[in-house]
Design a protein around this ligand. Structure first.
Ligand code: PMP
Ligand code: G9A
Length: 401
């Protein structure tokens, strides 16, 4: 065996297996109900529609659909996305602002590659998307979380922190947010906070990253304008994906940015994978253009909104005194605060013993400082599993208290 420890780069020391991916193992352990993984419900995948489209694409455009493509992405897909972002998200953009990614996860990695290094500080929400932390960490900047409440990122606290950082000589290239139906909390940032966030970013010369995989999955309440639609000077970089409105296996997402920034993403992407899966891109372009995606999203909303309501009802019914949770208007997750002193990491073995899995809250904080919280996914489990699983979770918390 070669001893590779001396051979590895310094950055590998900052790489860590995703706790969510590790948890996916429990999704297949017989008898364990998992609210852990952030998986779409496979019943929502429009398999028949995609069979038809794939055959059409291969027959009509097989030679180009199986060839390498440009790094920026397949033109028909960039066009379809630009149109969609203009119509549904109020963005003033063209195809030239759209760069196709191998999932928005790739955009997160390239973001770190482009903007982080020792001496730079990324601001994230606390809690934030776990795999964004995994993407940023190897690039050796500092990552600092700013707390949230039921209206999203607390921008007054952000402003104070930014002032303090400026006095300390800390340099903040970007503020990363998931403003709509956040992963992990399910919370949506209010319009006032969105405007305030953009003002702060402008004052301090930082970019704003709007990661929006869930925006089209609204079950109640009113749409709030995207940060990108409120952007006046090209400060917002928007990340989108088909993972939650079509299928994650297609591994396709996009970056919307001003042309200069978009070009930086292109160069960084070239070194990573040259281009995103060309066949997937042709299939997705067709799925947008033929109306498959639009006819299909209401079905996803219907199923998930029912599951959200069911989980909320069950929590109301079963949870012990002192436990609270968010009530998301969309997305795939909700966030549970366990009573003070109930450390969900320490409780985890008991949960598995009782046949229920969740993601421990501390994994979503850059400093792992919060112990009495967990994330629950409500989209993957069957209705029966949701009913039974919340009961098991409540029993686990009671026993652990
Ligand atoms: N950002 C957030 C906030 C997510 O929740 C996810 C997926 N769970 C991603 C990015 C990655 O999505 P994709 O499948 O497009 O890589
Ligand atoms: O790792 C995955 O499969 C994507 C899930 C993301 C999440 O659970 O937040």
């Amino acid at each position: 065996m070669v001893d590779i420890s001396r051979l590895l780069s310094r950055r590998t020391g900052r790489m860590k297996a995703s706790e969510i991916r590790e948890l996916l193992k429990y999704a297949s352990v017989p008898g364990v109900i998992s609210f852990g993984g952030g998986l779409p419900n496979p019943e929502t995948f429009p398999v028949d529609g995609l069979v038809e489209i794939t055959e059409k694409v291969l027959r009509e455009r097989g030679k180009s659909a199986l060839q390498y493509g440009t790094t920026e992405g397949v033109d028909s897909l960039r066009d379809a996305i630009a149109r969609r972002m203009r119509d549904k998200k109020g963005m003033d953009i063209t195809k030239d602002n759209v760069i196709i990614m191998s999932g928005s996860q790739q955009a997160l990695d390239l973001l770190g590659k482009l903007f982080l290094e020792p001496g730079k500080t990324a601001i994230v929400e606390a809690p934030t998307y776990l795999a964004a932390l995994s993407a940023f960490r190897p690039y050796e900047g500092e990552i600092i979380g700013v707390e949230m409440d039921e209206n999203g990122l607390k921008t007054d606290i952000l402003e104070e922190k930014m002032k303090k950082f400026r006095n300390e000589g800390k340099f903040v290239p970007f503020i990363y947010t998931i403003p709509t139906f956040q992963n992990p909390s399910g919370v949506t940032m209010s319009l006032d906070r969105r405007k305030h966030l953009l003002e702060i970013a402008e004052d301090f010369g930082a970019l704003v990253i709007e990661d929006d995989p869930y925006g089209e999955l609204r079950y109640s309440g009113e749409d709030i304008p995207t940060l990108k639609s409120l952007d006046r000077d090209g400060r917002v970089i928007y990340f989108g994906t088909v993972s939650k409105i079509l299928a994650p296996g297609l591994r396709t997402g996009w970056v919307i940015a001003d042309k200069e920034i978009a070009w930086k993403f292109v160069i960084a992407k070239q070194a990573t994978d040259l281009c995103t899966n060309t066949l997937s891109q042709h299939i997705i372009a067709e799925a947008f253009d033929s109306g498959l995606v639009d006819s299909h999203i209401p079905e996803i909303r219907k199923m998930y909104s029912h599951k959200r309501d069911l989980m909320l009802d069950m929590l109301e019914d079963k949870m012990p005194e002192g436990t609270t949770w968010t009530k998301p208007e969309g997305g795939m997750f909700l966030w549970v605060w366990t009573p003070e002193g109930v450390d969900t990491m320490k409780m985890f073995p008991k949960a598995i013993e009782n046949g229920i899995a969740y993601v421990v809250g501390e994994a979503f904080y850059p400093d792992r400082s919060v112990k009495n919280a967990m994330r629950l996914n409500f989209t993957y489990s069957s209705d029966e599993e949701i009913k039974e699983g919340v009961g098991r979770l409540a029993k686990t918390i009671r026993e652990f208290m």
